[in-house]
Design a protein around this ligand. Structure first.
Ligand SMILES: Cc1cc2nc3c(=O)[nH]c(=O)nc-3n(C[C@H](O)[C@H](O)[C@H](O)COP(=O)(O)OP(=O)(O)OC[C@H]3O[C@@H](n4cnc5c(N)ncnc54)[C@H](O)[C@@H]3O)c2cc1C
Length: 398
């Protein structure tokens, strides 16, 4: 039995499938054209407890762990949703964890103690102002690390935050920011020393703060229902109380939370592959050429068998690594390998699934066409395949 195949997780799977069938599938094509998902979808997902999966109840979440989040991610795609939808609706999965961790709210634990005399710790205050409303579906958050000069080298961030009294003054720009157009606040990586020094902090910056502008909506190959933006900061005054954790702890915080993001992307990759195997299998049973169904030909059957094997092997490995992460094991190298294994499986499977669909696979009407475009980002976002290889090589002592 798979580690994610418990009675509770089967229920979670059913809840997710019902949500996708009822709330997503009738509208997904329209959202793809609009370039974003509606805010009401966040509220609907929150109401049934989906948005808060993986976040402790003490911060407004629904409880559950990384494996529960994986079940939701997997089922959204397997029931006809998309990785683009996950990027748009679950951006809080990358925007909030640093705040929750800084408040001591990880693993369902209680928030770290409040200061005496009723004074609220800065991080607890951030939980009340940003985490709870976001998990309730009334606010949208984004995470801004990448800059126009580069994304892979996180330590080279050039957006600066200079201290001035009880504020930081932020200057710089970010790009490719998921949900950046719609976001009410942005968890922003800034340099609290000289640009490129690697001394990073995370600040929560509200939309509407003078000097903070959201630039154009970026047009993309895939993930069309997920809005992506450029952000600019010119002398933006951010209260010190909007800093997450201590000053100069941002780099470590970013690295610590990359594991969950990378495993989510790995899940999106193998689930996309699984969905494409299903779509291609159905197609090959129904489609006849030269008087016989495609699936009656050994070459086609073997191709489908290989696609299925790749998807299932990736799924098993991602689950194993996720279980180790959930158990608190420091498996940075394995997370990088899991992402690369799943992305490679996905790339091969979506390509072959489209090919098996023939001309129809190239049309907007074909679901496989969307997966083909959406899949391309999975080896780029959250650390590229090459950066994963760097981590793996380091893990090998090279
Ligand atoms: C749709 C989309 C959504 C995104 N969402 C977000 C978001 O919400 N927040 C956010 O902060 N960022 C986001 N990103 C940015 C994403 O994380 C970066 O694009 C990614 O980290 C790569 O950075 P880069 O584009 O600057 O490429 P670069 O770092 O410039 O790399 C370019 C190429 O060089 C390779 N390379 C770099 N260094 C090395 C090396 N040492 N050895 C070998 N090869 C190397 C890379 O693998 C890549 O192939 C998003 C991007 C896209 C396209």
């Amino acid at each position: 039995m798979s580690i994610v195949d418990t009675p509770e997780r089967r229920q979670l799977r059913e809840l997710t499938r019902a949500f996708v069938t009822r709330e997503v599938l009738p509208h997904l094509a329209e959202w793809e054209r609009a370039g974003e998902v509606p805010r009401e979808l966040h509220a609907t997902a929150a109401k049934i407890g989906l948005l808060g999966i993986g976040f402790p109840e003490s911060v407004g979440g629904s409880g559950g762990d990384l494996l529960d989040s994986i079940v939701v991610t997997e089922e959204i795609i397997r029931s006809g949703g998309s990785s683009g939808l996950i990027a748009a609706l679950f951006t809080h999965g990358i925007a909030l964890p640093h705040m929750v961790a800084a408040a001591g709210g990880q693993s369902g634990g209680l928030l770290r103690g409040r200061l005496g005399g009723g004074q609220v710790r800065g991080d607890d205050d951030l939980v009340d102002r940003y985490v709870r409303p976001t998990l309730a579906g009334t606010m949208i958050g984004a995470l801004a690390i990448t800059e126009p000069d580069g994304g892979s080298d996180v330590a080279a961030i050039r957006t600066t935050a200079r201290r001035e009294g009880d504020h930081y003054v932020v200057n710089g720009s970010k790009t490719y920011i998921t949900s950046g157009v719609r976001a009410d606040f942005v968890t922003t990586a800034v340099c609290t020393d000289f640009p490129g020094s690697g001394e990073l902090s995370l600040l929560v910056i509200d939309k509407g703060t003078p000097g903070f502008t959201v630039g154009r909506r970026l047009e993309k190959l895939g993930w069309h229902c997920s809005d992506t933006a450029e952000l600019s900061f010119v002398d933006v005054r951010v209260p010190l109380t909007n800093r997450i954790g201590e000053e100069n702890t941002g780099f470590l915080a970013i690295m610590q939370h990359f594991a969950a993001e990378r495993l989510s992307l790995a899940t999106q990759a193998y689930a996309t592959a699984q969905r494409c195997v299903e779509l291609a299998t159905r197609w090959c049973r129904d489609r006849a050429t030269f008087g016989r169904p495609l699936a009656s030909r050994q070459l086609v059957r073997h191709r489908l068998a290989e696609m299925h094997t790749r998807a299932e092997a990736a799924r098993a490995y991602v689950h194993e690594v996720a279980a180790r992460v959930a158990a608190g094991e420091p498996v940075v190298t394995e997370v990088a390998m899991a992402k690369n294994v799943a992305v490679a499986a996905c790339d091969q499977v979506v390509d072959q699934a489209l090919q098996l669909h023939g001309g129809f696979g190239y049309l907007r009407d074909a679901e496989v066409e969307r997966h083909y475009r959406d899949a391309r980002i999975l080896g780029i976002g959250g650390g590229t395949t090459e950066i994963m290889n760097e981590i793996i090589a380091k893990g090998m002592g090279l």
